[in-house]
Design a protein. Sequence first.
Length: 256
Amino acid sequence: MLAALHNGEIDVSSATGGLETAWVKGARNFKLVAILSNKSSFMLIGKPGITKLEHLKGKLVATSGVASPDDFQTKSILRANCINPAEVKFQGVAIPERLGALKAGTVDAAVLTAPDNIRATEEGLPVLMNYQPVVEDWAFGGIAVTADTLSKNPEMVKRVIKSLVEAVDIVRTDKVKTVKAWTTKNENYPIAYPEAISNKMWDVFSSNFSYEPTVKGFENVIEFQKVNEKWTNPPKPEDIVDLKILRQVLSEMGKK
């Protein structure tokens, strides 16, 4: 979607990462105007018998691959627990394939997110680490618009942001309505999750959602990319983010 945004094919896009890389490569015609989460949603799940982080030494862990956020966060957690990541093997595995690989035993542990982490725990697989309480200030997900749209059609951007804030409000405070949405398949949402999974997803992730990124969240993402990609001229958060309309919307809605 970011490529379509950069090429002017669309005016608004969901943004779940890659904005910093696009900026470094010369794409400067967009701004991130809102965000969904400042916390990590990953869990590190082991196969039967792998019940502690210490058990990962010499074992194979599935992540999104070298220089991916979940790979970076996993290695940071290992270091914080006095485990040298060099003593652990890592393999890039696509997110939809990780739970299957874990159950088949082709990997010893995998970084999972909803709903697969919920399914894994339902099946009794051990949770080695829940990243949510330990990885803070990590900007993830949101809305990006072209700079032209932001300058020429701010009212449209404002309506989009207001809708996002209202949706975040529902997810954070109304479990019944959120679970109903997650369990209902329609033309706009083609995936329907089982009710039991949806209930647990809400319990785990509702507190992740927010209206506004922290500056520290973007600094962490940029620093991560800077180190892994060896950037010499990384962007500043203000190069990518413009929160003026978001703050206006929050003020008008009585949230700030």
